[in-house]
Design a protein around this ligand. Sequence first.
Ligand SMILES: *Cc1c(COP(=O)(O)O)cnc(C)c1O
Length: 431
Amino acid sequence: MRDDGPIWYPFTQMQLAPEPVQIVSGKGALLFTADGNTIIDAVSSWWTNIHGHAHPYIRQKVHEQFGQLEHVIFAGFTHAPAMHLASRVTAMCGSDYTKMFFSDNGSTAVEVALKMALQYHQNLGAKKHRIIALEGSYHGDTFGSMSVSARGAFTAAFHDKLFDVTYITPPLPGNEDICMQELEAALSEGDVAAFIYEPLIMGAGGMLMYTGMALDTMIYTAKQHGVLCIADEVMTGFYRTGKFLAGHYANHQPDIICLSKGITGGSMALGVTICTQAIFMAFYSEDKMKALYHGHSYTANPLACAAANASVDLCLQPGFDHALTTIASRHQHFTAALQVYSHSDIPVVKNIRQCGTVLAMDFVTSNDTGYFNSIRDMLYHFFMKRGVLLRPLGNTIYIMPPYCITNEALDEVYNAILDALALLAEGKTLQ
Ligand SMILES: *Cc1c(COP(=O)(O)O)cnc(C)c1O
């Protein structure tokens, strides 16, 4: 990228990155570029978009709200869009959840959850401050959320500033027993305040997946030790895994839930942290010191709440489920088509896995060097040339489409992947 503009882009080594593609409009799962090309957004614009771009209903509701009230301070004041959203989303999470705390994004939703959990114990006079997290997890880019995320290349510059966390092996297939042993050992330390996890799918860590049964066992075990469970559903929430929450595949339920990405349908920034009445009651007191002192300028922005309410309306429409099951069953069929490439003498793809609308697979490379794997850039550009936005995590390719994606567009995504695999199987380079 030339160094001649005022913008510093996220997650980008600006000197090595090509010029960014300018997008002028979007519709459904499609993005339209300034130079007249069409791109299929097969990653839902960083996992946020669920109903498609520039959705007319969300636009109308935000427009109506703008005519009424664009923003108001949220301490000492409230408004209908926030009240409406809080009562609906807490109910959708389950009957145990009674309170919703607003912030701006996934990282802040996690920050709030960590503060809730730590201060909960403090308010009750318990000395519990240790946090357990899953090895390989990702919870955001602010310091608290970085601290509970796996240490890696993205956090390397800050390691001495991050607080200590006890990591356990995630319960990926085959590792369930090790996970439970490490969880038991970590819990027996006695000073554990909370256990934070991404349920069913560990997203940024490589779309690693585990079962609802493994999730259920972890929550049950943590709760038996009086440890609060924080479900980071920032990516998995809002039907990404087929149900409203990934946690709904388990019987035991967490104390605190973080939501963000899909909440406004992918249209505006909003994060929420939802908790049980028991958490809230530890803060509800005559003592001002027991309050949760956290807030942002744009907390519960009415426009973002209106977008979120519109998105929830769309999720509750008849036929919405059909889109989810269609994508899931099409992914399953595609998985069958991939078998020739994973079961051949020299397999070019492995670990094909699926959960709801998410399909992931690992491309086989001679040197697996994680996120900075050189095949990553080759694959990214190969798909972009075909008008398909897939953003590999190292050698992991995943499809995470808006739920409104058409069969034709999804076929184009599948075919682009098959083209890449066919070339690799013939020993050719991707171009
Ligand atoms: C993306 C993500 C976050 C961080 O959300 P931001 O809105 O990018 O700050 C946190 N947790 C999980 C599981 C995520 O996927």
